[in-house]
Design a protein around this ligand. Structure first.
Ligand SMILES: [Zn+2]
Length: 485
């Protein structure tokens, strides 16, 4: 097959062997030109719908656009994202640059009990990377096609906050919708006096129903019996009731907009105070009353889940609380416990594996961008050093939407580091965080002539050294997936 393709392409073209696919009338493959550009090559009878084709002696080369990806999905159903359900644990590989999927595919291939999400982007990431939802899906699809991966994958529209956000992503084949109602969570509830609490509780129009449902009632959760005091009910309701109503609206709206099965995740991880097990119970019990079916819930756990670094906190306490969260998820679902900001949390993966009994979803995103920067630091240290200086300048502004305890004084002076040691910055927690949160600024910064200051060169290096990038990703994600599976 490869010979047949080769003889029809000019010399110097390379073929991605694993990508070769046949239909009854044509052969498809991903190819690389001598100029290191990637194209879809179709030999034989051509299909309708592909755009921008360039005729070769035999066959046609098509650019890797979203349009062409969506046409290819229709021809090869293994490229179509699917819903995950709860039978397998799952793992989200966010890819902000759109070139990491082949590495993600190879990383997950040796862990076939874990279902991957290869397309995953939050609304905040879409804004910061200036990407579109169809680009996110399409990049994942091209990566899956390149690797010939047929085991199935999901697509997560992450941290959707409004119905408008749903409109933005609904048409493009996402199969997982992560609802983030954090703007409706009243985090003051944790510190309110009883009087203030009562005042807020009294304006909830269903409060009598809530009292009946919770006060003086015992909830059987696995081996536990959970009871709400009046005050606990008020705190849970004042904190989460409006958020639950919002989640309910989002769920119904998604259902009306999306054909076929989908996974619905409720994420309340981006709140100040941890979600107590009883509050978790309150939330799922209310969602169940409203007939909202969740595939996963992301609580805000105890301890600190900062970007790009390991878990900070008491591991025993984390394990104790996780165990109860899992018991609730099994008694009221079952559904998965989802761990956001899940990259680089090496100390808790064994606990997640042990306590969730496979009912987990772990999300990662920025860590694949950091591996890209690790590659840059090795290949082009001078360029990396410029990125790092710029990131330092941008850090204070960009960190605002993240809860982090970064201490810049811990970062060694990059100008004094020997070039060989620059990659070590990727091992230093504070430096990692600086690079992690400034991705939007780095990718979008332009010079006076309107050219990207970093992005084009960064993408070119990744493209020219793609195998090395994939190797870094395989190594990095093995450290995540090995202890989880
Ligand atoms: Zn999150």
């Amino acid at each position: 097959m490869i010979k047949e393709i080769k003889k029809n392409l000019p010399s110097g073209y390379r073929i991605y062997k694993r990508s070769i696919q046949k239909t009854d009338r044509s052969t498809f493959a991903l190819v690389r030109t001598p100029e290191d550009e990637k194209y879809l090559y179709c030999l034989g009878q051509q299909y309708d719908g592909f755009q921008g084709g360039k005729r070769m002696k035999e066959g046609v080369l098509y650019p890797l656009t979203p349009n062409n990806a969506f046409i290819l999905i229709e021809i090869f159903p293994f490229l179509k994202p699917k819903s995950l359900g709860i039978n397998n644990p799952s793992f989200g590989f966010g890819d902000r640059l759109g070139v990491a999927t082949p590495g993600h595919v190879r990383a997950v291939s040796s862990h076939n009990n874990i279902i991957p999400i290869f397309a995953q982007q939050s609304i905040r990431e879409l804004e910061r990377t200036k990407r579109t939802p169809e680009e996110v899906i399409s990049c994942a699809v091209w990566g899956v096609f390149q690797e010939g991966y047929k085991d199935g994958f999901g697509a997560d529209a992450d941290h959707l906050k409004t119905l408008k956000d749903v409109d933005r992503v609904a048409p493009y084949g996402f199969t997982m919708f992560t609802c983030d109602p954090s703007e409706y969570v009243n985090s003051q509830a944790a510190v309110m006096s009883r009087k203030e609490l009562k005042k807020e509780f009294d304006v909830i129009n269903e409060r009598e129903k809530l009292e009946k449902r919770y006060v003086d009632r015992e909830f059987k959760v696995g081996s536990l019996r959970l009871k709400f005091s009046e005050e606990e009910l008020m705190r849970a309701a004042v904190k989460y009731y409006r958020a639950i109503k919002h989640a309910e609206n989002m769920y119904r709206y998604i259902k009306s907009r999306v054909k076929g099965e989908f996974d619905f995740e409720l994420s309340i991880d981006e709140t100040e105070e941890p979600t107590t097990p009883k509050q978790h119970l309150f939330i799922i019990n209310e969602l169940r009353e409203a007939e909202v079916h969740v595939t996963s819930i992301a609580p805000r756990f105890v301890g600190d889940f900062q970007k790009a670094i390991d878990y900070i906190g008491d591991l025993d306490e984390f394990a104790r609380q996780l165990e109860i969260h899992v018991e609730i998820a099994q008694a009221f679902g079952p559904y998965k416990i989802s761990v956001h900001s899940g990259s680089d949390k090496f100390s808790i993966y064994p606990l997640i594996k042990e306590y969730t009994k496979g009912l987990f979803h772990v999300k990662t995103a920025g860590t694949s961008y950091l591996e890209a920067l690790r590659l840059i630091s090795r290949i082009d240290p001078e360029f990396f050093s410029r990125i790092f200086h710029f990131a330092l300048e941008r850090f204070e502004a960009d960190r605002r939407t993240y809860a982090m305890t970064t201490d810049l004084s811990n970062i060694p002076d990059i100008d004094r580091l020997p070039v060989k040691e620059l990659p070590k910055l990727l091992e230093q927690n504070d430096a990692r965080q600086v690079l992690h949160v400034t991705y939007g600024s780095v990718l979008n910064q332009k010079d006076r002539d309107g050219n990207y200051l970093f992005k084009d060169r960064l993408m070119r290096i990744l493209n020219d050294h793609e195998e090395e990038y994939y190797e870094l990703l395989i190594r990095h994600f093995a450290r995540h997936l090995d202890p989880l599976s």
